[in-house]
Design a protein around this ligand. Structure first.
Ligand SMILES: Cc1ncc(COP(=O)(O)O)c(C=O)c1O
Length: 374
């Protein structure tokens, strides 16, 4: 029987194994391991691709956020507003950066941070808003920037899931003071391990992050003996940069394929009673969504999940079904009933550019079989 794993890890390499092997061989043969020309090229390519002035290749998406916060002078006692429907990484970086994450409700239209909930959570200690562009769709940045301006707040974008997504023609990650990306293998631009990106239009923030990711060294390849800024090791591996440079060459096609599959899922579910769907790819031309995930809600989520598993279709409940405000040990508990309901009903279907048409057909047929005429 046809199998559709939620994510085919080995398939990521098999996709273009000959080219990947050639790139590894060519890069390793010239000793291109740490901060060599591939990282520099990737930084130029990334900045150009998303429309930012500056980009820095870093070790992963979590540390990209931490570096951005440290470079922005976040202080103990500062509060940063973030959706409960966020990955823990952003809240952790806020915590490790010395500040306090304040989770708020999502908007039921797009599952992203609700602007009115941001406004209601502002206190004299609020320093910034961190929109997390979950599932590859940009948050309501017009409303968020307006709130930030009125209250004198910074906006930092966790765009780990949204590299290439746009709002009003502007790239995710380039709209606030700075933005971050993850190139974790299952991300839309995934490499073969951990890697991340940082972008900004602010030259001071750029210089600080670039230095901080390499022990404070202000010259890229210098040995950092004469440093005047605290740093750490959050460098992007050069081998990963070489792979990412190659994959960026066909990233637009990968996004187009994701949007095509999202449309198929949308068509299969749009008339299902009680289903709550994310916006369709062509729903609003202010947005260009890249569909890191297809996340939708249905009250019979658990039965549907079992039905799909019986048909060899892998699904995932994002972040194990917990919003960051529900993680009891971390002290961020808040009453967010809309987000709680969301996590009781939400499911991720398999969605990535390496799925075959036959696999997508199988998922669609299984959805039809479960929902029948409902
Ligand atoms: C929304 C979000 N933020 C941050 C991260 C962290 O990225 P990384 O795994 O590269 O540290 C991820 C990825 O898992 C994510 O989905």
């Amino acid at each position: 029987m046809m199998k559709v794993p939620f994510f085919d890890w080995a398939g990521l390499y098999a996709e273009k194994a000959d080219e990947f092997t050639r790139i590894f061989h060519e890069t390793a043969s010239r000793g291109g391991f740490i901060l060599q020309r591939d990282v520099e090229e990737f930084e130029e390519n990334l900045a150009r691709y998303v429309g930012a002035k500056y980009a820095v290749g870093v070790s992963d998406g979590t540390n990209a956020i931490l570096l951005g916060l440290r470079a922005s002078g976040i202080q103990p006692g500062d509060e940063i507003i973030i959706a409960g429907h966020s990955f823990i990484a952003a809240a952790q970086s806020i915590h490790f950066g010395g500040a306090t994450p304040v989770p708020v409700e999502l908007d039921e239209h797009d599952w992203l941070i609700a602007p009115d909930a941001i406004e209601a959570a502002i206190t004299p200690r609020t320093r910034a808003i961190m929109p997390v562009h979950v599932n590859g769709r940009v948050c309501r940045m017009d409303a968020i920037l307006d709130i930030a301006k009125r209250h004198g707040l910074e906006v930092f974008e966790d765009s780990a899931q949204a590299m290439g997504a746009k709002f009003d023609g502007q790239g995710a990650g380039t709209i606030g003071r700075w933005g971050t990306y993850s190139f974790y293998p299952s991300k839309t631009l995934g490499c073969f391990g951990d890697a991340g990106g940082f972008v900004t239009n602010d030259p001071d923030i750029y210089e600080r992050v670039r230095a901080m990711r390499n022990h404070g060294a202000n010259k890229e390849k210098s040995i950092p003996l004469d440093v005047d800024i605290w740093g750490t090791n959050c460098r992007m591996d050069n081998l990963h940069a070489a792979i990412l440079n190659f994959k960026l060459g066909y990233y637009d096609q990968a996004i187009a394929r994701r949007r095509e599959i999202a449309q198929r899922y949308h068509d299969a579910l749009k008339d299902v009673e009680d289903a709550r769907l994310p916006p369709a790819p062509d729903a609003d031309n202010r947005y260009f969504d890249i569909y890191q995930n297809y996340e939708f809600c249905h009250p019979e989520r658990d039965a549907l999940r079992k039905h799909l598993a019986d048909g060899n279709i892998g699904t995932i409940i994002q972040w194990g079904g917990f919003g960051i405000h529900q993680l009891k040990g971390l002290g961020m508990q808040r009453d967010l009933p809309k987000t709680d309901r969301f996590f009781r009903e939400s499911l991720l279907l398999p969605l990535n550019h390496i799925l075959s048409d036959e696999q997508v057909d199988h998922v669609v047929a299984s959805l039809h079989a479960f929902f029948g005429g409902r």
